[in-house]
Design a protein around this ligand. Structure first.
Ligand code: NIG
Ligand code: FE
Length: 416
């Protein structure tokens, strides 16, 4: 395939100067490897040359795209989504805007369980179509890699269907997809109301659902909703250890509603990522730092639920690597635009724009084990590049929500 050259970008965030094989924390989180007058040659899906325009070798037959006056950065990596779901919960949104509480709606059998009912009721083709529409909007907003969790099945057949559809979405859209089994997202309605039902669900997850998912290689990771009203740290530990023995690495929904033990469990298990973290003290931050666990902040969810924002500043100061993701899901946050969520991470979590850029590129790629492929602009990396219609990346925060994306390249091809 012929080459495409992005010519003479006014500003390029290469992220090429800090650590490459691991996530960045503290001062390194703001190290963007900023270059001026930079050109990028993309061929066969890879970056094959990068440097100052004046040094660029001749590339006969290449398509040249003038990027003067524009900024380049790695395309965004959304490392926490629940993208495959059926139906919607716009009725709950209105209830919450009228004062109803997310945890109450959940405890009363709405919330996640409402999405489980709607997801179970759809055919595979319907689920694929609804999810693909969302993923295409994400791509147009600058995201080319996405982690997708199950968790709206809560039974083997539907969890499998969700994960198979997540894999099919990669073929359907060209996006890179990593999958996570979140069978322990909520106790299913059919097993509620007795301790025996709860024990039976844990048995099913560990002895039936996870082994079947592993046998079909449907999930790269395992996640648990470890919080008040969902699963305890002891239950979560049991599930994540069972998953790890089957080859699925742990990540965790932790400390969204309180100091509920999730962050400490994530550190204890050396989880790749602990996510949400609205409530975090010094000891919990130190535990995450010492374990090398990435703190994945989801500020869109705080905005939508009217909850406090995670303290990103304290995490950076404590030396914990920070990623930022959309959490795109039918209930607590259906935002698809990670570039907008990046701005929320600045306004809400008090990250600097530079720290937030690293959080949605290199650090997010690290949390998915993709740091050798994505998250930096360097020779050999996948040609996933975001072109901004402005010469200064800080406009993503300054003018948050404006149409600032000039082009998105996924494996060297423009997204239409
Ligand atoms: O990450 N907190 C748990 N799970 C999702 C919400 C899922 C839902 O409400 O459907 C989250 O916010
Ligand atoms: Fe989530």
């Amino acid at each position: 395939m012929s080459a495409t050259v992005l010519v003479a970008a006014a500003q390029a965030l290469t992220l090429a100067d800090g650590p490459k094989d691991r996530s960045r924390a503290g001062a390194a989180q703001a190290e963007l490897g900023l270059r001026r007058d930079l050109s990028v040659v993309m061929q066969d899906g890879r970056i094959t040359w990068i440097g100052r325009e004046q040094d660029r070798p001749a590339t006969p037959g290449a398509t040249e795209v003038d990027c003067r006056g524009q900024a380049l950065l790695p395309a965004l990596v959304d490392s926490h989504t629940h993208l495959v779901w059926g139906g919607d919960r716009k009725d709950e949104l209105e209830l919450r805007l009228g004062g109803a509480d997310y945890e109450h709606i959940f405890a009363a059998g709405g919330g996640i369980l409402s999405s489980v009912r709607q997801t179970r009721a759809l055919t595979d083709d319907e689920l694929l179509a609804e999810s693909a529409a969302r993923l295409r909007r994400m791509q147009r907003s600058g995201t080319t890699t996405v982690e997708i969790k199950s968790g709206y099945g809560l039974d083997l057949a539907t969890e499998q269907r969700q994960l198979r559809i997540a894999r099919r979405l990669a073929q359907e859209t060209g996006a890179r997809v990593r999958t996570t089994c979140l069978a322990a997202h909520a106790l299913p309605a059919e097993l509620r109301g007795s301790p025996e039902g709860r024990a039976e669900f844990l048995r099913r997850v560990c002895l039936e659902i996870l082994p079947a998912i592993a046998a079909e290689h449907l999930a790269d990771y395992c996640d648990v909703f470890c919080d008040r009203g969902a699963f305890t740290p002891d239950e979560s530990r049991q599930i994540l250890l069972a998953a790890r023995a089957l080859g699925m690495l742990p990540r965790l929904h932790a400390n969204e509603f309180g100091h509920t033990g999730g962050a400490l469990l994530a550190a204890e298990l050396g989880a790749l990522s602990a996510d949400h973290l609205l409530h975090l003290d010094d000891a919990e931050r130190a535990a995450l730092r010492d374990a090398g666990t990435i703190a994945t902040l989801l500020p869109g969810t705080s905005l939508v639920l009217g909850k406090p924002f995670a303290d990103g500043r304290a995490l950076v100061q404590a030396g914990v690597p920070v990623a930022v993701a959309s959490d795109c899901n039918p209930g607590s946050c259906a935002l698809e635009n990670l570039a907008l969520v990046l701005a929320l991470a600045c306004y809400g979590c008090k990250l600097s724009p530079a720290e937030a850029i690293c959080a949605v590129t290199h650090n997010a790629a690290c949390s998915l084990g993709l740091q050798g492929e994505l998250g930096r602009l360097e020779v050999g990396m996948s040609a996933d590049v975001l072109v901004l219609a402005t010469p200064d990346y800080r406009d993503l925060v300054y003018h948050a929500g404006s149409p600032l994306i000039a082009a998105v390249y996924q494996r060297g091809q423009p997204i239409g």
